[in-house]
Design a protein around this ligand. Sequence first.
Ligand SMILES: [Zn+2]
Ligand SMILES: [Zn+2]
Length: 539
Amino acid sequence: MDNARIADRLEAFSSLLELADANPYTARAYRRAAETIRGALVPVADLVRTGRVRELRGIGPGIETRLRELVETGEIVELAELERELAPGLVGLGRYLGLTTKRSVEIARALGVRTPDELREAAAAGRLQTVPGIGPKTEARLLEALAREAEPRPQRGLLLTRARELVGAIASALDGEAAGDARRWRDSCELLAVVCAAPDRSSLLARFAELPQIVAVVEQRGRRAVGVTVEGVPVELVVAEPERFGTALLRATGSPAYVAALEPLPEAPDEAAVYHALGLPWCPPELREEPFRGEPPALVETDHIRGDLHCHTTWSDGRATVEDMARAARERGYDYIAICDHTPAVGAVPGLSADDVRRQAEEIAAANELLTPFRVLRGIECDILADGRLDLPDDVLAELDWVQASVHGGQRMPRREQTLRVEEALRNPYVRCLSHPKGRLINRRPENELDLERVFEVAREEGVALEVNGLPDRLDLSGEHVRDALRAGVRIVCSTDAHSVRGLGNMELSVRTARRGWATPADVVNSGPLRSILAGRCL
Ligand SMILES: [Zn+2]
Ligand SMILES: [Zn+2]
């Protein structure tokens, strides 16, 4: 059994555990294990047989037991049972139609159907009304949804990381290209699309329907099909004739408004040729939100980043030590990293007091001793208290190389108070950067009420930079707000807010978000050398 097959089964298990409302951490652990196995360089089946599979990241005793069962018997019994019970194809279709998992399973049982096609037949034959609880109104809504021709959208946007993983896996399985919102690095993705080039569409459409990620094909017309995942997320597949591939890719990448302004699109085999025929320079997907026909600026790239200025360690809620984080940053080719653990007011997790900050300084000095000329900066993620004062006294902040100020508590404050509070913090002479300025958690918590225009004004006066936080559920500032900040003359910092060595890998998410805000290297503080970081104000 090869790694791809093992990973597919674990991923299916993860999705079904989610559907079965099992512990979400368990489901997530299986999804992560699937990722690890997909990327493993050695045959995982061999590691299982020789009892070494737990040396892989994220594989504990529970997952090892499942893996042994899978490798030895070719199947995971509980997974097969869940598949029988939940009929993932039906559940996926049901979720796409707006039904809960429970409701989909009830309907399937009542109608005695097992597959999406059987459900369609039953619906077309008018049998939906025989299901307890479905009246004429619900029936009409479901029939309409089954027949809809409008752009398919998920119930809510997917996190960018999840969308890229999903669309990327489908694209690579079909030798196609990821398109849609994920190719533009949108923070929350609704249009998920893959474009393939093939003279004959039928074999690709068949392969698409067979992919482990796709549980049901809800629509198929000409060279286009829409499949849904077990979560009910629609993914569009476009099979273009090779001589029109570039046109199809550009169109499927969007945004719809950007593409509409370029229509009619000439037909060409690759995207560069489409732009050439239009008489325009190629445009990076991150800039394709609004109509634009000009010369794109030279945007910042991940390679321009010289250091990460926001990360945590075991001193607060991080999982790695100062030295581990520093080594990992050096391996990424950085020149510096700022250790920014929390302060006590953060509440839910440990925070550093003034004494702790001074004790941590010794550990940082020791790491610098080992790693020079790489530089570990003494930083802090200092809470902004309700009245705008900071959570550590000025004499402590004055010792530090890099101070991030953060709102964690009191996020629901009214706009005026919140703005005054942040303004006050920005006036502190030691603050260098405002962390995750809007405080949103994508799909979970709305943005704080904050007058960004005013914040930009004060930040510019005080020489304070604004963070583009690279955590997948933050991406804060958003691309749109980065653009406003840059127009207001404020500089930005691309940071990961890493809580583990692996978390440092989110730099690309931050940089792509900055690119969506039209940022060039000069706009990004940490594209500069160490001495510019140590020089003080971010003007
Ligand atoms: Zn924070
Ligand atoms: Zn943080």
